[in-house]
Design a protein. Sequence first.
Length: 203
Amino acid sequence: MSSVLPKFENIDYVKRYGATTKYSWHVYICGHCNTQVNGAVVGSYPREDGPIKWLICTNCSNGSVLTHDGVIYPPVMFGPSIEGLSPALIEAYTEARKCLSICAFTSCELICRKILMHVAVEKGAKDGDSFSNYISHLENKGFVTPPMSGWVKLIRKHGNKANHQLNTPDKKQAESTLMFTAELLRLIYEMETISNRYTSEDI
């Protein structure tokens, strides 16, 4: 009898588990809600190099796939969640995090550069102005302090390289760009949001 596992030609090859076996649950961090859960294994498909499993998050009820090599899809987004962002910035920052999580490093760099433009316009810069004027506006208005200027230059430099050079940025570079972008958003938006939460109007 051949030991080669069958190709996916019949749904019967998918194993299904009840709620009481040791194969029924899998601990992982859900890429939808970013929560560590003991997720339900609703089925698995055998492979020679390991099974593929379909999971349901017990926190948000969204589905994920565990591949034969132990990778979860969708992956957990890289970077922290940040409070106080506008809908446009939430969309852009989330897109950058998702791009990094799926190794789309060039896209991540470009979106982080675009986030600087969003911030500048939200803080009073003219829409459609030059990128250098956006940065000057943030610096002149005090949103980018001298210690932060190096971060902004790095985000700008990496974004320019991603846009104008053929070389693909590596994971470490994209991570640094996103983390500096996150810190910039945290200082400009989140700290003000937290401050307003704990500061009464009569102080």
